[in-house]
Design a protein around this ligand. Structure first.
Ligand code: BG6
Length: 523
């Protein structure tokens, strides 16, 4: 069944072509609002955020009345900004080039204010534009500010918003929210300092700290898998689980972001935020309700139960790597130290592996192995739950190895769930082999998942903070990572570069598991 949705403004909306989703309530956002992008001429807006806005409109999810305002240093006017955004959508939108009449209707709601982030006059112009939108586009004083700028100007923009009368306290007639891109701080102190500035202007419930991993459909499904099924919960604990392996492997290098990355490294860039969030979702207790805070409370408790790294065991419980030249997809690629804007003696890790323990009744003594790296053999993000070995071997011929059951939540590029279990090989003998049962979201539901940013911007417009990171969790994650960061920063790794681009990562990472008679799943 194909149903064309029409809207009160007469412009056709998206098409709902999926019978498997019949009965799923409309996703339309009800509150009118303005969305203001700071850093509007930057890459994120171009590649992700504006295409996301356009596709929200195409999918008939945008509210009837909305305005989009770009703010950045580029000396454009509104027409130029619209042209630029048209080009971005043509190039990057998942639904293909922008089409009329939808584009013309969308573009009418897009405006631009040029200015630098320390220019109060420009912020006042921004306020005029927002007020104008409220009058002309019916956006009813609701405002969502999106900081997609370098983190160094986050505090400044927040201060300027307040000074220009755009803070929440100056807007009693509508809501004011702010989305803050990662990284939220570069270490514990800077994160606390940033939070201090944020807290002067915004209440926690108005702050949406983005972690785009949480917007990925399979990540959201972790909770559904755990709490919408009865079969997993009884075995989701130390009695049955041997270890948990969380992997976020990439094939890309630093992609022109050498300047940023060389000061960050894999631990800050991926483990402290994305990978830690995955750990919290896998390990949390069932929340009391499905509200944002009930879920975030449980995630926070997991982070509180993480065992603090013993300073004497950091080198033993972690592994770091830096890629050398090698080949990806059959093409030669340079080593990290030869990337633009990277120091030729760089001590920055492009691969990090960490072993954590969660000290509570459910998880005591179950190792959680986390790893993330660039220029690895394959792009592969997944969470693997490896169950314990069978207690007593009844079946299988001599020499048959009975593998451990493993449940894998595949996040990307494949999206799905796979269960590995033992089966008898057909034939007269009782040979046992491991086999897999696979579920794939694309074929299962007949849809392609929307990109994370689309989901997350929509949620922030709705006021649903479930998939955003609360300050207490950010702070805990920094606290946990700081001892490792400090140790790594203060000790030069003579083995760098220690893995070839296109490989499985550094040997030290394999040793981390081999020391406990385990091995990583192949990337
Ligand atoms: C970002 C990191 O947060 O996530 C990047 O800064 C990384 O370095 C990216 O490449 C990975 O995201 P995804 O969605 O491609 O897995």
């Amino acid at each position: 069944m194909t149903q064309t949705l029409s809207r009160p403004d007469g412009v056709p909306g998206g098409t709902d072509v999926n019978p498997l989703r019949a009965g799923v309530a409309s996703n339309r956002i009800t509150d009118p609002c303005n969305v203001v992008f700071f850093g509007a001429s930057g890459d994120l807006v171009k590649r992700m955020l504006m295409p996301a806005m356009y596709n929200l409109r195409l999918g008939d999810i945008m509210p009837n009345n909305y305005g989009i305002v770009g703010f950045s240093r580029s000396e454009w006017d509104t027409d130029q900004f619209r042209d630029e955004m048209h080009k971005s959508i043509d190039e990057f939108s998942r639904s293909g080039p922008a089409k009329d009449p939808l584009w013309s209707d969308f573009a009418k709601r897009v405006s631009y204010v040029p200015g630098s982030f320390d220019d109060i006059a420009a912020f006042k112009k921004l306020k005029e534009q927002i007020d104008k939108n409220d009058e002309e586009l019916g956006t009813q004083n609701n405002r969502l500010f999106y900081l997609s700028t370098p983190p160094s100007v986050f505090s400044q923009i927040i201060g300027m918003l307040e000074q220009a009368g755009l803070g929440p306290r100056n807007n009693p007639k509508g809501w004011t929210r702010i989305i803050i891109e990662k990284p939220f701080g570069t270490d514990l102190d800077s994160a606390r300092a940033l939070q201090l500035e944020v807290g002067k202007v915004f209440d926690e419930r108005q702050v949406y700290r983005i972690d785009h991993y949480l917007g990925k459909e399979p990540v959201q499904d972790i909770m559904a898998l755990r709490f919408a099924n009865v079969i997993f919960e009884p075995i989701w604990n130390r009695r049955y689980i041997d270890c948990v392996q969380i992997t976020a492997a990439e094939t890309v290098g630093v992609e022109g972001r050498g300047g940023y990355y060389d000061n960050a490294g894999a631990l800050r860039d991926m483990i402290q935020n994305h990978v830690t969030n995955l750990l919290a979702l896998v390990a949390m207790e069932p929340p009391v309700t499905s509200t944002a805070d009930a879920i975030r409370d449980e995630k926070y408790k997991v982070l509180c139960a993480l065992r603090a790294m013993d300073p004497n065991k950091i080198m033993q419980d972690t592994a770091r790597g830096q890629y050398d030249e090698g080949s990806i997809g059959g093409k030669p690629v340079p080593g990290y130290r030869d990337e633009p804007s990277v120091s030729p003696q760089s001590n920055t890790e492009t691969y990090a592996a960490v072993k954590f323990y969660i000290d509570n009744w459910r998880w005591a003594d179950v190792p959680f192995y986390l790893r993330s790296g660039k220029r690895l053999a394959r792009k592969n993000s997944e969470i693997a739950i490896r169950f314990k070995s069978i207690p007593h071997k009844l079946f299988g011929e001599t020499g048959d190895h009975i593998g451990n059951n493993t449940l894998v939540m595949k996040i990307q590029p494949e999206e799905g769930v796979s269960l590995r279990f033992s089966a008898k090989v057909p034939g007269p003998k009782m040979h046992i082999r491991s086999v897999s049962m696979d579920f794939n979201y694309g074929t299962g539901f007949g849809v392609v998942s929307a990109p994370a940013y689309e989901r997350l911007i929509g949620d922030a417009m709705r006021g649903d903070a479930t998939l955003f990171t609360r300050w207490d969790a950010v702070e805990r994650a920094w606290e946990q990572c700081m001892p490792i960061l400090e140790r790594w920063q203060n000790s030069y790794d003579d083995s760098f570069p220690n893995y070839s681009a296109g490989s499985q990562g550094p040997p030290s990472s394999d040793r981390l598991l081999a020391a406990e008679n385990r091995e990583w799943r192949k990337i």
